[in-house]
Design a protein around this ligand. Structure first.
Ligand SMILES: NC(=O)c1ccc[n+]([C@@H]2O[C@H](COP(=O)([O-])OP(=O)(O)OC[C@H]3O[C@@H](n4cnc5c(N)ncnc54)[C@H](O)[C@@H]3O)[C@@H](O)[C@H]2O)c1
Length: 383
């Protein structure tokens, strides 16, 4: 079977997402499985060109993984004819200008979310991408998580009847960095560096809500910076100027109400770091990253409110696990495979810059809602 090599600039490859999820778990994993079967019996073979700022760190990564191609010169990488795709996993603030340059160089573009720091920037990239006729996509990894795929299966199978509400709980304790190192980069907690939980997480909530349930028509959001001072990677205290928690209510088409708490200042008393409870007239489900549990109308117990008696029901035991029934590969890899086929074979890829812009829009409107202390409607994005 012949190989179809495809040069891919991976920018931001020294970062958490760029290295682990995109290089190791996706692109190199595709090579380890012998390439990606494509039309005409060929196998798509990713050829990563690592781009970053630090020669030493890039050289260390290439050496560790038997690669050879790296550079600190993005312009030179984009000028290469064997490079067809630009991928961006840099800090969010650097994204817009790098993607503009990639589009200008005629490359197809795949990127981490959020596409840009505001809607105007996202729409401009969409306009440029369309004008250049390139293929474009954004990471929407949560859609490919086993728990969310099982939830989608339940929705598609009509399990819920009429869906009433969604309750999402996301978060965990991110250490302040003083007596234990923080497990997230410090730029996440500085507004001036593009940090903040709303721009980080609401693009995810937008596509999860829109693609599983219905489009979001209005948002009401309260934000907080619960931990005002943190300690950075160099051990220096800094003022945390970005929000570390957001409590939002989303109104969806069809009267569905979704509430999602997002927090880096919460301790986990859940089964997974994110969980969505969906209640419908015929049944309910709780979906996490991997697991999904259901309770059908017919097996719903009848609790009676009586604070004078100790609780005797084991409520968690009253739910049934949804079986896997299929193998779930890494979500980032599954989406990479779809994007590579989109570029090489022209297969459909719905997670494009239009979808990306909707995510940025919802984050921006949630921030407005919080700043102005009011409910904000979500208009259709003008194409
Ligand atoms: N899909 C997801 O679930 C998910 C999860 C976390 C982060 N992200 C997104 O991925 C992106 C990277 O996040 P991360 O957590 O990997 O961050 P990170 O800080 O670990 O990595 C950032 C990368 O950008 C590079 N970088 C930092 N400052 C730069 C600058 N001034 N100029 C050029 N490059 C710079 C770093 O060297 C590093 O390679 C963000 O846009 C974030 O929103 C997505």
């Amino acid at each position: 079977m012949s190989r179809r090599p495809i040069g891919i600039v991976v920018n931001g490859v020294t970062g958490r997402m760029g290295y682990r999820q995109h290089l190791l778990r996706s692109l190199l994993a595709i090579r380890e499985q012998g390439g990606l079967p494509a039309a005409g019996g060929t196998r798509i073979w990713p050829e990563p060109v690592l781009v970053g700022r630090s020669e030493a760190r890039l050289a260390a990564i290439t050496e560790r993984h038997g690669l050879t191609d790296w550079t600190t010169d993005l312009g030179a990488a984009l000028a290469r004819h064997d490079v067809e795709i630009y991928f961006d996993a840099q800090v969010t603030q650097q994204r817009e200008k790098a993607i503009s340059a990639a589009i200008e160089a005629g490359k197809h573009v795949y990127t981490e979310k959020p596409l840009a720091e505001d809607v105007a920037g996202a729409m401009e990239l969409l306009r440029l991408a369309r004008a250049a006729g390139i293929r474009h996509g954004v990471v929407q990894d949560k859609l490919f998580l086993p728990g969310i795929r099982k939830l989608k299966r339940l929705i598609d199978g009509g399990f819920f009847g009429r869906i009433l509400s969604v309750r999402g709980e996301f978060g965990y304790w991110v250490f302040e960095g003083d007596w234990q190192p923080a497990q997230r980069p410090s730029w996440n907690y500085r507004a001036a560096d593009g940090g903040g939980i709303v721009m980080d997480m609401f693009p995810h909530w937008e596509y999860v809500l829109e693609q599983l349930f219905a489009p979001v028509r209005a948002v009401n959001c309260v934000t907080a910076t619960h931990i005002p001072t943190r300690v950075d990677e160099a051990g220096q205290p800094y003022e945390a100027t970005a929000h570390d928690a957001a409590y939002a209510i989303f109104e969806l088409d069809g009267g569905i109400v979704a509430q999602i708490n997002s927090s880096w200042a919460v301790r986990v008393h859940r089964d997974e770091l994110v969980e969505f409870q969906v209640d419908g007239t015929d049944g309910s489900a709780v979906a996490g990253l991997r697991e999904c549990r259901i309770q059908h109308r017919a097996t719903t117990p009848k609790p009676v409110w009586n604070p004078d008696l100790p609780a005797t029901d084991n409520f968690r035991a009253q739910w049934q696990p949804v079986p896997d029934n299929e193998e779930f590969d890494n979500g980032f890899k599954v989406q990479w495979e779809a994007f590579l086929r989109h570029v090489v074979d022209g297969t459909p890829f719905p997670w494009d810059f239009t979808a990306a812009a909707r995510g940025v829009q919802l984050a921006e409107l949630a921030l407005r809602s919080a700043a102005e202390g009011r409910r904000v409607e979500v208009p259709e994005l003008a194409p």
